[in-house]
Every structure is written in C-alpha cells, then in structure tokens.
Design a protein around this ligand. Structure first.
Ligand code: NAD
Length: 457
C-alpha cells in the first residue's frame, strides 16, 4: 500500500504519514460512489440539508484543531487559517439557503393544455481534484453544492493539504453523509490521473493551468462535464484621483495575504504617474511592517511557501526582473530554513518584458508599474493570457465601472481586491479557466437541465 508523507513547509519536519490510494483503490471507490448515487439522490433534500447543517456545526466545534492542522500542513499563518474556516461558514449558509430554490422545477410555458417545465437532475458521480492554498474554500465550493444537489463525490485533495481534506470527509461522514457518497482519494498527481480513468459525470478542478490542460486532454474523448479553476496574473490600477495611502494598504494586503499564494492575489499593480511615488513609499512601508515567522504565532502575517519548487520560480522571476532593469525596493531573496521561506519583495520600474509581470508568481512578490492614464492601464491589464480578477482604485464609481467593463476578467473590483463572495459567480476568463463555482449558478452547475413537454389529454 503506498503512503503519503506529509511535511510541514515551515520546518521541513515530517508531521504525518497516511495510506495513499493506487489505481485499484481509486477504481473501487469510484464504483462505490456510482452504486451509492441513486439512493443519495433519492434522500429527501431536507435530509441532505440537515447533514450539511451538522457539518457546519462540526466545523465550528473543531475550529481550533482544523486551523492548527491547516497551518501545519500548508504553512499559512494561524490567523489566516482561522479566517478561512470562519469564511467557510457563510458559504455553507448560502448553499443551505439557496439550494432548494436553485434546483426547483420551473414552469416556463402553460397554454392550451401544453406545459413546459425545466427540471434539474444531479450530474451523478462528480470528481473534485483540488488545490492546497485554500483547501476548505476550494474543496467545499464543490463538495457542498454537489452533495446537496444529489451527486456523490470523489474528492482528491491536494497532496499538500491531505490532512485538511481528510478532516472535511470525516466531518461530513460524522454529519450523516454516507461514506460511499463522499469518498476521499489520497495521493499526488498519479492518483488524480487514475481518477480520470474512471466513469465520471463531472470533473471539477482547482489548480494550475498546466495540470488543467492535462486534465482537459485526458477527458476530451469521454465528453465529461469539465470545470477548471486555474491560475491568474491579477492586475489592479490606481487612478490619479485615488487615495494613494488607502490604495497602498489595500493592495499590499491583496498581494501578500496567504503569503501571495491566492489564486486572486494581486500580482501586478499599475499606478498613475502623479501619485506613483507616494503610493510606492506607503506600499513598501506596509510590506516592511508584515511579520514573517512561525505560522503558529498569532502575530505572524507572512508564512511559509507551501511547495518547495515554487522557490525556484520566485528566484527566476526576481533574477529576470533585475536583469531587465527593475528596481528592487525590498526582499528579492529566500530566507534561511529549515522550511521554505521567501522575503516579501517589491519591484518598481517593471515592464511587460519581465516574467514578473506576465507569469503567475504565487508568492510574496509584486511589480509596480507607472502609467500615464486610463487607456494605458486598461491595455496593460488586458495584456495577459489570464483573466481571473482585476481592480481599479478611484473616487469615481462611474469611471471605475466603465474601465472595468473593458477588462477581460471574471471578477472585477472597485476599491477592493482579493475578495470572493458566495453570492457571486467565481469564474476565470482565458487561461484562468472554464465554468464557475459559487452563486446560484454554482449550485445549478452540479445538475443537468431536463426539459419536460407535458400535454394534458
Ligand atoms: P496543481 O495543478 O499542481 O495541483 C492541483 C491538483 O491536481 C492536485 O490535487 C494535484 O495532485 C492534481 N494533479 C496533478 N497532476 C495531475 C494529473 N496529471 N492528473 C490529475 N490530477 C493531477 O496546482 P496547485 O499547486 O495545487 O495549486 C496552485 C494553483 O491553483 C495556482 O495556479 C492557483 O492560481 C490555482 N488556484 C486557482 C483557484 C481558482 O479559483 N481559480 C483557486 C485556488 C488555486
């Protein structure tokens, strides 16, 4: 039986070892999920809702343990681990409140004895292959609405967040979701690849663009419903009329929160030349005020880099930016181990020839580019293959809305950043993905429509 070794990225220490799946166990679990699906779908919605309500209560009851495990396995500061768990609760509440209406049958025509209705049928067996950076968010964005709408779930948490994934499954089972309806697959990419060989009715993926493409290629001949939530290179623009200090504080948080390892981290900043220097001065002061250190300490704001190979990506972006003339204002190097550490890093005098402004950094580094006006800023924001989020800081709402309407991104922000709402669809344009989670659309996406043509005799 293979095992998965789990290391703390902040110390390098081995913290746990868990039995992992292989091709044979993946096939058995997929068969069990298939067999369990009709009875789970036939379970009255109120019972499925009650199970998720108990799952929510179990999270609240165990929040300290869950947050500590999350911090130990991904290296995020403990305060941010707690924020993730607390932030999960309103998402669950949204799904609990909205599922019944979102999947209710709808009569769309009723005339002369002819009725037309739209029904919503569960997809069947859905797989969720997940990322590690917000395991509770990205896991539950799929698992909770999938279960509520009558699907059974094959959940492969990231190998870097497997303990949190196992907690999610344990709490769901304790809340009354049958083990066969919610199966967890433990292991790395090979286990994800084995999952793609099973008969699936939907594949919901959160992770890198490179893996997303591999999954799309593997599933193409099978015609499986596919959703991909991928990376980004999210820009923000500070207009000439913005408050540079408030914008600097907001954007420093957006760039550095979760140690820059958020899909919607701010990754590029454009600032009008008239307030560039004031903005940069306050931005750097804010970043220097962040506290790098033991992720279990409550005052830590910058934790470890979860995956060791990302350090080389950050080194390469820093070296490339420096070689092309960028000015380094702080950081720009690894910090001593044990564990994986990178200093919060800020560059100015950057441009789009640099990897730093083109490829996802997924770490605590940021480039700030001076612009002359709105058109240049919009052109630069759109000069990317990604399209997850984008923001504008300005006093003028009408101007912000006009500019953001021109930006190719699934979520747009006026005077804010790095924000996700359960009420709004979360979707990437371009290489940031296909499909969506959250909002009522993110409930219906776990169903297929059924068209009823009903003629009364
Ligand atoms: P990753 O692509 O390395 O891994 C994601 C998952 O895919 C893991 O569970 C992994 O084991 C699995 N996997 C790897 N190879 C596979 C294969 N060949 N077949 C099937 N499964 C395979 O990504 P990651 O490092 O876990 O996550 C970071 C990325 O996720 C970043 O790019 C980030 O922007 C993105 N992300 C996006 C969102 C979003 O909502 N758009 C949210 C969180 C993270």
């Amino acid at each position: 039986m293979p095992t998965l070794k789990i290391h703390n990225p902040a110390t390098g220490a081995l913290i746990d070892e868990r039995p992992a799946d292989d091709a044979a166990s993946v096939a058995l679990k997929a068969d069990a999920a298939r067999a369990a699906q009709p009875s789970w779908a036939a379970t009255p919605l109120r019972e499925r809702l009650a199970a998720i309500q108990r799952f929510r209560a179990a999270i609240v009851a165990e929040i300290d343990t869950l947050a500590t495990t999350l911090t130990q396995e991904v290296g995020k500061p403990i305060g941010q681990a707690r924020n993730e768990l607390n932030g999960l609760l309103p998402r669950i509440d949204f799904f609990l409140a909205q599922t019944e209406a979102a999947i209710a049958d709808e009569t769309v025509f009723d005339e002369g004895g002819m009725r037309e209705r739209i029904g919503h049928v569960p997809l069947g067996v859905v797989a969720n292959i997940s990322a590690w950076n917000y395991p509770y968010f990205v896991g539950c964005n799929v698992i909770v609405p999938a279960l509520l709408t009558g699907n059974t779930v094959l959940y492969k948490p990231s190998e870097f967040a497997a303990l949190s994934g196992l907690h999610i499954a344990r709490l769901l089972h304790g809340a009354g979701v049958p083990p066969a309806a919610m199966q967890t697959l433990i292991g790395g990419g090979e286990v994800g690849a084995a999952l793609l060989n099973q008969r699936l009715d939907g594949l919901f993926f959160t992770g890198s663009h490179a893996t997303g493409v591999k999954i799309a290629q593997a599933l193409a001949p099978k015609l499986v419903k596919l959703q991909l939530e991928l990376g980004g290179k999210d820009p923000s623009y500070v207009r000439a009329d913005a408050d540079p200090l408030a914008a600097a504080e907001s954007l420093a948080d957006g760039a550095m929160y979760n140690t820059g390892q958020s899909c919607c981290s701010v990754e590029r900043i454009y600032v009008h030349e008239s307030l560039h220097d004031a903005f940069v001065e306050h931005f750097v002061a804010t970043v220097k005020g962040l506290k790098v250190g033991d992720p279990l300490a409550t005052d830590t704001t910058i934790g470890a880099i979860t995956r060791a190979p990302q350090l080389a990506v950050l080194d390469a972006q820093v070296a490339d930016a420096k070689a092309k003339g960028a000015k380094l204002l702080c950081g720009g190097h690894r910090l001593p181990g044990p564990g994986n550490w990178y200093a919060p890093s800020v560059f100015t005098d950057v441009n789009h020839t640099m990897e730093l402004m083109r490829e996802e950094s997924f770490g605590p580094i940021i480039g700030i580019q001076k612009v002359r006006g709105d058109d240049e800023a919009v052109a630069l924001m759109n000069d990317t293959r990604y399209g997850l989020t984008a923001g504008v800081y300005t006093k003028d709402e009408a101007k912000a809305r006009a500019l953001l309407a021109r930006v190719n991104a699934g979520s747009v922000y006026w005077n804010c950043c790095d924000r996700v709402s359960p009420r709004l669809p979360w979707s990437g344009y371009g290489d940031s993905g296909i499909g969506l989670t959250l909002s009522t659309h993110g409930i219906q996406t776990f169903t297929r429509p059924k068209a009823w043509h009903l003629r009364s005799p």
